[in-house]
Write a protein that binds this ligand. Structure first.
Ligand code: 3PG
Ligand code: MG
Length: 391
C-alpha cells in the first residue's frame, strides 16, 4: 500500500480550494531563441495543473531549467515556458522573475482562486540543488499545500523536491508522477525475456543502471560511445573512440554479472563528428578513427532481440544521433522497439527524440518524461522526490 497521497485525495478532502498550492513540475524543456522546441514535458504537466485550477486552487508553479549552478542566466529563464504552458492550458499564466522573497510573495498574494503564476528558475539559487533549509523555508512561505508532479527530477534530492516537502502539509503526488510510477512497474516485474537497450556516451553516467540491469535483464544490449569502453576493457581496438579507461574495471564487473551482454560487432566510424565527415562501416576500428554509431549488422541484431522480447526498456542513443549520418543505428533500434509486440518503455531525451522524429510514439507502451529518473526507478532505487511525499 502506498503511503503517498495523490491529487484526487486532496480534492476529495477539500484541501485545495482558495489555497496556495505549490506545484513542482519538471518544465526543463529545450529552448532555442526564446522558443520551446519540444513541449512534451509541458503537455505532460497540464492535467495536474488543470485539475488544481478547476478545483479553485491558487497555483504556484515552479521548476528548474538547465543547470545554471546558482547564477541568474537569462538564457535559462523560464519566461518562455510560461507562454508554452498558457498555450497548452488555454488560460493565462502569470510569470514572476523571482522564485523567493518579496517579489515572489507579492506575485503569489495577487493570485485569485483558479489562477496560476510560474516562478523563475529555481536553480538560479544555489540553495535549490544544495537543498539548503533556508531556501526551502523561503519556498515554503509561498505554500499551504505541496504537490510534486516533477517525475523527471524525482531522483534529485533538491530543496523543491525534498526539503520543501518536509515543511508543507498536506503534500501529494501529481497525476504525472503517479502515472509514471505505475507504468514503470512493468520493468520492475518484467514478463520475460526482458531486453534492456542502453546507450549514451559514458559508462560513468549509467554505471548504476548497467550494474543493476545486467543481472535483472535477460539481455542487455549496449550502444553509444559507452560500448567502446566495454570493448576497450576487453582489449578490442577502438581507435580514437571516446573511452573511459578509469571505468574498465567497472565494465568488466558488468560483463561478468550480465546474463547476456551484447556489444556492437560492427561500427560506423569517422575521424570527426561533422555531418559531411568521411565515414564508413567496419568490424574493427582502425587507429585514428572513432566509432560514432553502431553498424547496420549490430542494429539489425538489436532489432531482432527487440522482436523476441516481451518487455523492453530503452534509454540512450546508439550513436551520435544529432548528426544525421550517424543516426541510423538509433533509428533502426527505435523501429525495432516500436514494431515489437513487447511492453516497451522508452526514456531519455535522445531516445524520445528518435521516436518522435519517426512518429512512432503511439507504438511505444510508455514514453517516460524522465531519463535519469526512470533509469533509477527501474533499478529498484527509491526516488528521493517520491520518498519525501510519504506521510
Ligand atoms: C532532466 O532533464 O533529466 C531532469 O529535468 C533533471 O535535470 P538534471 O539532470 O539537470 O537534474
Ligand atoms: Mg538529465
Amino acid at each position: 500500500m502506498s503511503l503517498v497521497r495523490n491529487v484526487d485525495s486532496l480534492l476529495a478532502d477539500g484541501e485545495v480550494s482558495g489555497r496556495r498550492v505549490f506545484l513542482r513540475a519538471d518544465l526543463n524543456v529545450p529552448i532555442r531563441d526564446g522558443v520551446v522546441t519540444d513541449d512534451s514535458r509541458v503537455r505532460a504537466s497540464i492535467p495536474t495543473l488543470r485539475r488544481l485550477l478547476d478545483a479553485g486552487a491558487r497555483v504556484v508553479l515552479a521548476s528548474h531549467l538547465g543547470r545554471p549552478k546558482g547564477h541568474r542566466r537569462p538564457a535559462l529563464s523560464l519566461a518562455p515556458v510560461a507562454d508554452a504552458v498558457a498555450a497548452q492550458l488555454g488560460r493565462p499564466v502569470a510569470f514572476c522573475g523571482e522564485c523567493i522573497g518579496p517579489e515572489a510573495e507579492a506575485a503569489v498574494a495577487a493570485l485569485a482562486d483558479g489562477e496560476v503564476v510560474l516562478l523563475e528558475n529555481l536553480r538560479f539559487h544555489a540553495g535549490e540543488t544544495n537543498n539548503e533549509p533556508a531556501f526551502a523555508a523561503q519556498l515554503a512561505a509561498l505554500a499551504d499545500v505541496y504537490v510534486n508532479d516533477a517525475f523527471g527530477t524525482a531522483h534529485r534530492a533538491h530543496a523543491s523536491t525534498t526539503g520543501l516537502a518536509a515543511l508543507v502539509s498536506p503534500r501529494a503526488a501529481g497525476l504525472l508522477l503517479e502515472s509514471e510510477l505505475s507504468h514503470l512497474q512493468v520493468a520492475l516485474e518484467p514478463t520475460r525475456p526482458f531486453l534492456c537497450l542502453l546507450g549514451g556516451s559514458k559508462v560513468s553516467d549509467k554505471l548504476g543502471a548497467l550494474e543493476a540491469l545486467a543481472s535483472r535483464a535477460d539481455v542487455l544490449a549496449v550502444g553509444g560511445a559507452m560500448a567502446y569502453t566495454f570493448l576497450a576493457a576487453q582489449d578490442h581496438p577502438v581507435g580514437s573512440s571516446l573511452v573511459e579507461p578509469d571505468r574498465f574495471e567497472d565494465a568488466q564487473r558488468v560483463l561478468a554479472a550480465a546474463k547476456r551482454l551484447l556489444l556492437p560487432t560492427d561500427h560506423v566510424i569517422a575521424r570527426e563528428i561533422r555531418a559531411d565527415a568521411e565515414h564508413r562501416v567496419v568490424a574493427t576500428i582502425p587507429e585514428g578513427w572513432m566509432g560514432v554509431d553502431i553498424g547496420p549488422e549490430t542494429a539489425s541484431r538489436y532489432a531482432e532481440e527487440a522482436a523476441a522480447a516481451k518487455t523492453i526498456l530503452w534509454n540512450g542513443p546508439m550513436g551520435v544521433f544529432e548528426t544525421d549520418p550517424f543516426a541510423a543505428g538509433t533509428r533502426t533500434v527505435a523501429r525495432g522497439v516500436a514494431n515489437s509486440p513487447a511492453e516497451s518503455i522508452v526514456g531519455g531525451g535522445d531516445s524520445l527524440a528518435a521516436i518522435d522524429k519517426l512518429s512512432l510514439g503511439d507504438r511505444i507502451g510508455h514514453l517516460s518524461t524522465g531519463g535519469g529518473a526512470s533509469l533509477e526507478y527501474v533499478q529498484g532505487l527509491e526516488l528521493p522526490g517520491v520518498a519525501a511525499l510519504e506521510t
